[in-house]
Ligand binder design. Structure first.
Ligand code: SF4
Ligand code: SF4
Length: 372
């Protein structure tokens, strides 16, 4: 595992305190979306399809800090949209660092190299660069030729300047596990701290509805890609969550572990679904019918979901919540997951063949942003 000890210790003591305090539901990572606007239009994205008047809106730094203070999670993810398009993103990041929160600023890195001089390296700040596989796969996924090369340039510059950098990949149906393994090699050679990965969620709003996987195919892909690991691969994720993706563990979703706040308020129940909003975090926790979500609930919107924002908090709480869980985490960190069956999977074609290219029209607002 690639997470630094100081960050692990902060999260571990937070989880232990919450458990000793008898808290049943508590947040681990605030998903703070300062805006939905982006300079890409990826086919699997469920965020950039809002009408222009919504895409123009942004959270102020004060609103971001108030949400952070209200929920109290030790970590914060800044997804979007593209956070680097927010004119006050540096102020937001600095304010969160002052609060000693571990920040993952998620970016497609089109603007990263240009904006880096405005940020200061800190153990609290990680640039989490969206990179969906090797060059051809990433460019296909983000519907932008040349996107991979720009992102890699940004990654290398951020590493050179001493920033913490991870890559963040979402994988869709038809992904070749051999290519995923090649991607792990490439990314580690760039000098990043670790890799973050997740299967795509089947957003209703995503333009391409044919690229999402059911649970069986998710497990097949991740079993093939993550078994027989190389020592050089580092993952910035709970090893227990990776075991869940590989089909070795059963977990239920804990959507309150990664609550989402954006221009509409606190989003019910999670970063992915929009079943209404609340004004306060307390109201979100106390009035959401949590039993109506997660795979076990029978809710069709959750049936195929295995994404990190729902299931990684479960894995982290399991890992730091009991000796058995902690031992599983230690064992997972050092295991290569030897698996003959997984080796054979690498030689079989994907059940649905390779994914086909979908061209998505780039929105007019993107042109405005790239001129800025
Ligand atoms: S980079 Fe792609 S997935 Fe991320 S917000 Fe922009 S359009 Fe959506
Ligand atoms: S299963 Fe997925 S979509 Fe459903 S509540 Fe959990 S994270 Fe959200």
């Amino acid at each position: 595992m690639a997470v630094p000890i100081s960050q692990m210790a902060t999260v571990a003591s937070y989880v232990i305190k919450k458990r000793l305090g008898g808290n049943k539901r508590y947040p681990l990572v605030l998903m703070l979306e300062p805006l939905f606007r982006c300079n890409l239009a990826c086919a699997g994205c469920g965020k950039v399809q809002y009408p222009p008047h919504i895409l123009k809106k942004m959270l102020t730094p004060e609103e971001c800090f108030a949400a952070m203070d209200e929920c109290g999670a030790p970590m914060v993810s800044l997804p979007g949209g593209e956070p680097l398009l927010h004119p006050q993103i540096v102020e937001i990041v600095n304010g969160l660092i002052a609060r000693r929160k571990y920040i993952y600023l998620c970016t497609n890195a089109l603007e990263l190299k240009r904006r880096l001089p405005e940020f200061t390296p800190s153990k609290y700040l990680t640039f989490s660069v969206h990179l969906d596989g090797q060059r051809e796969h990433h460019d296909f996924s983000v519907c932008r030729e040349g996107g991979y090369d720009i992102a890699v340039e940004g990654i290398k510059e951020a590493v050179r300047r001493g920033f913490r950098v991870t890559t963040n990949a979402t994988f869709f149906d038809g992904t070749d596990p051999n290519s995923v393994r090649g991607f792990f090699d490439e990314v580690m050679d760039m000098g990043v701290e670790g890799i973050v990965l997740s299967p795509g969620y089947s957003y209703d709003k995503a333009p391409d509805q044919n690229r999402f996987m059911g649970r069986a195919r998710v497990r097949r892909l991740f079993r093939a890609a993550l078994s027989n690991r190389k020592k050089s691969w580092k993952f910035n994720m709970s090893p227990l969550f990776l075991e869940f993706l590989m089909g070795d563990r059963h977990y239920e979703c804990t959507p309150w572990g990664s609550p989402a706040y954006n221009i509409f308020g606190w989003q019910r129940p999670c970063y992915l679904l929009q079943d209404g909003y609340t004004e306060t975090f307390k109201e979100l926790l106390e009035t959401t019918k949590w039993e109506e979500y997660g795979a076990a609930s029978g809710n069709p919107k959750c049936a195929n979901c295995m994404v990190s924002c729902g299931y990684e908090p479960t894995a982290v709480m399991d890992g730091f919540g009991s000796l058995k869980g902690f031992w599983g985490m230690v064992r997972g960190t050092f295991s290569s997951y030897k698996d003959e069956h997984a080796l054979r999977l690498l030689n079989q074609p994907a059940p649905h063949g390779p994914a086909t290219l979908v061209q998505i029209e780039r929105p007019a607002h993107e042109l405005e942003e790239t001129r800025a």
